[in-house]
Write a protein that binds this ligand. Structure first.
Ligand SMILES: NC(=O)c1ccc[n+]([C@@H]2O[C@H](COP(=O)([O-])OP(=O)(O)OC[C@H]3O[C@@H](n4cnc5c(N)ncnc54)[C@H](OP(=O)(O)O)[C@@H]3O)[C@@H](O)[C@H]2O)c1
Length: 256
């Protein structure tokens, strides 16, 4: 299949990370011109050949830096991939022990950063937006409530935006990964393991796909998520909008 991405332009946030990094590499391989934004621009990101901008996207200043870089590096933006998000070292605790600050920071990182980036780039946007949510948005027991709630808001945002931008020919979709082996888990895994009373975090992480009922019995790879993101962002997916795709190796057992 020809994804028709050669010569297209793309902005990818969280571009130094596991999932968005795979998106950047795939887009570059397809011949797209890519601008990768992250609060830490790694040498691996630079080596992809993408243009880069180092910016904290939870701040209005960081978003403005990204907007300026997109304008000067790319002119227009055919595809925006909002990968930014995560758990940011925030405490894994129940409601009574979770401060306002945790809820605010979770929403800043997982929701407002994408809202602001999308709003700032909207005048430059031409074809597609793909947001990265999580399966946890629909499985409230499998992660901290502040994380799932902030991502559930993001999933809602994507559906509403698809409705708003569709008449202008801009498609908006969401990809909701399950368990994907990325640097996120190096920081979060041991803390989740401890919160679940498991001292051996390596064993906890090895067992997690079975515990989470993943039909395929293993962790997913960043590339397996990037493949769908890049397809949805490409002209090849031209009749798909307003959909939230779970990619979780079969962990979810209900029909939607
Ligand atoms: N991995 C999974 O199992 C999984 C499952 C479902 C959903 N997701 C979602 O997928 C997305 C990517 O996750 P990942 O697993 O690829 O995580 P990752 O490897 O930890 O990558 C996240 C990247 O985002 C950057 N970042 C964090 N805060 C930022 C900010 N304020 N401004 C700009 N950049 C910032 C990080 O930089 P630093 O390294 O400097 O912090 C890192 O490079 C996230 O939205 C996450 O919620 C992941």
């Amino acid at each position: 299949m020809n994804l028709q991405l050669a010569g297209k332009t793309a902005v990818v946030t969280a571009a130094s990370g596991g999932i968005a990094g795979a998106v950047v590499r795939t887009l570059v391989a397809e011949g797209a011109r890519v601008l990768g934004a992250d609060q830490t621009v790694t040498s691996a990101l630079k080596e992809t050949g993408a243009a880069t901008v180092e910016a904290d996207l939870t701040t209005p200043q960081g978003v403005e830096e990204l907007r300026r870089a997109a304008e000067s590096e790319l002119g227009g933006v055919d595809l925006l991939v909002n990968g930014v998000g995560g758990l940011a070292g925030l405490p894994v605790a129940g409601l009574a022990d979770t401060e306002d600050e945790t809820w605010f920071r979770a929403f800043e990182l997982n929701f407002y950063a994408t809202v602001r980036v999308t709003r700032a780039l909207q005048p430059l946007l031409r074809h597609a937006v793909v947001n990265v949510s999580t399966g946890v948005a629909r499985w409230p027991t499998s992660g901290p409530n502040w994380y799932g709630s902030s991502k559930a808001a993001l999933s809602h945002f994507g559906k509403g935006l698809a409705d708003e931008l569709g008449p202008r020919g801009i498609r908006v979709n969401t990809v909701s990964p399950g368990l994907i082996k990325t640097p996120l888990w190096e920081e979060y895994g041991p803390r989740l393991s401890a919160a679940r009373g498991q001292a051996d975090s390596e064993k906890f992480l090895t067992d997690l796909p079975a515990v989470a009922n993943v039909t395929l019995g293993r962790w997913g790879t960043p590339q397996e998520i990037a493949n769908l993101i890049v397809f949805l962002g490409s002209p090849a997916a031209g009749y798909i909008t307003g959909v939230d795709y779970i990619v979780d190796g079969g962990a979810e057992k209900v029909i939607r």
